[in-house]
Write a protein that binds this ligand. Structure first.
Ligand SMILES: *Cc1c(COP(=O)(O)O)cnc(C)c1O
Length: 362
């Protein structure tokens, strides 16, 4: 335990220690099975139970209503950027996208290969430091769906409420805040999240999809890109990422034991407040990127006076066992990712470090 450092990486990211310990304990032989989860058939009863438990936990945590399917797919959130238009948008049709930063843009770019990806709103002129107001959105009632990015991992900007989509199906990329707070599933037609930010290791992407969206899937799609095939086969058309799914089962069990998503939201808010307060109290030495009403509790981003100073900050922080604070290569600056499993002590350590750094260099 004491050799673990504080891991602020944006993803793959920190996992709960009790989960890692349980996985390690059972890695060579699952209790009562005599084989590793890495070795068992995905058609075995043991694995059926593993995937069934992961799904049941997710349904319980999020209150997933009837009429929605929970899928465990591969290809990451990036493959969903393609699957969503291929399945939900008629070829050559149109869909609305809200552009809040790098990930929203990446989703839009893929959709544009299949049909028209219309901008329903963008905060690019504000350097993506916020999400648009509802009144700023230009929604097309004929759009196949409206896509938004719940939490922009790179900018550190989060929606407080999903946008109002009217009768247009709402699609959400929740990769970097999935299971960090409660979510109103029934307002959505489809929610997806790569696991490696907040829910497990890389290799599995979670998709919650409403029945009527599955019905839209056109004939003739490549089999691995077809939601209907995945639903009909309960994510087991081919070999799924068994170990990643097992880990999602353990992480969701850990969340349920901690009191579920409301309890988690409180913990996350407490951690984020400590860090944002430190930024705000620095007299401009640290400058938060996002506007206060859109601040993400998952990815906390800030700038400093010069790039050299930022480099020095990262260097000294790393030496102080605070790892992964360098901002994304596309925007620079600093970023602390404080996902569910990130401990409060780590945030306290960073705040102390920031104060010391300012004293020394400020
Ligand atoms: C990381 C991330 C992605 C891409 O995820 P992959 O699983 O690497 O494809 C997409 N959207 C958001 C919001 C992300 O944070």
């Amino acid at each position: 335990m004491n050799e673990r450092i504080f891991n602020f990486s944006a993803g793959p990211a920190v996992l709960p220690v009790p989960v890692l310990e349980e996985a390690a304990r059972n890695l060579v032989s699952l209790p009562g099975v005599g084989m590793s989860v890495l070795e068992i058939s995905h058609r075995s009863k043991t694995f059926e139970e593993i995937i069934g438990t992961a799904e049941a936990n997710l349904r319980k945590l999020l209150g997933v209503p009837d009429g929605y399917h929970v899928l465990f797919l591969q290809g990451g959130a990036t493959m969903q950027f393609s699957m969503i238009p291929m399945n939900l948008m008629p070829k050559g049709g149109k869909a609305d996208y809200i552009n809040t930063g790098s990930w929203a843009k990446a989703a839009m770019k893929e959709a544009a290969k299949w049909g028209t990806a219309q901008s329903a709103g963008s905060t690019e002129k504000d350097n993506f430091n916020r999400v648009p107001l509802q009144s700023e959105l230009k929604l097309d009632p004929q759009a196949a769906y409206l896509h938004y990015t719940n939490n922009e991992t790179i900018g550190g900007v989060q929606w407080q409420q999903p946008p109002e989509a009217g009768s247009v199906p709402l699609v959400c990329d929740s990769s970097s805040d999935f299971l960090s707070r409660p979510m109103d599933v029934k307002r959505h037609a489809l929610i997806y999240a790569g696991a490696q930010k907040n829910v497990g290791p890389a290799g599995v992407v979670l998709v919650i999809i409403r029945d009527d969206m599955v019905a839209r899937t056109p004939a003739g799609l490549p089999v691995m890109l077809d939601y209907k095939v995945m639903v009909e086969n309960k994510s087991l058309y081919n070999t799924p990422p068994c170990f990643s799914i097992y880990m999602v089962g353990l992480v969701t069990k850990w969340l349920l034991e901690l009191g579920g998503l409301e309890a988690m939201q409180k913990k996350n808010a407490e951690k984020a407040k400590l860090l944002y307060d430190a930024i705000d109290a620095s007299g401009g030495y640290y400058r938060g990127h996002s506007t206060k009403d859109c601040r993400s509790p998952m990815n906390i981003t800030w700038r400093m006076g010069t790039e050299d100073l930022e480099k020095q900050f990262v260097k000294e922080a790393t030496a102080a066992r605070l790892d992964g604070l360098k901002g994304h290569r596309s925007v620079g600056g600093l970023r602390a990712s404080t996902y569910n499993a990130f401990p409060l002590e780590g945030v306290k350590a960073l705040v102390d470090f920031m104060k010391d750094f300012q004293k020394k260099h400020g």
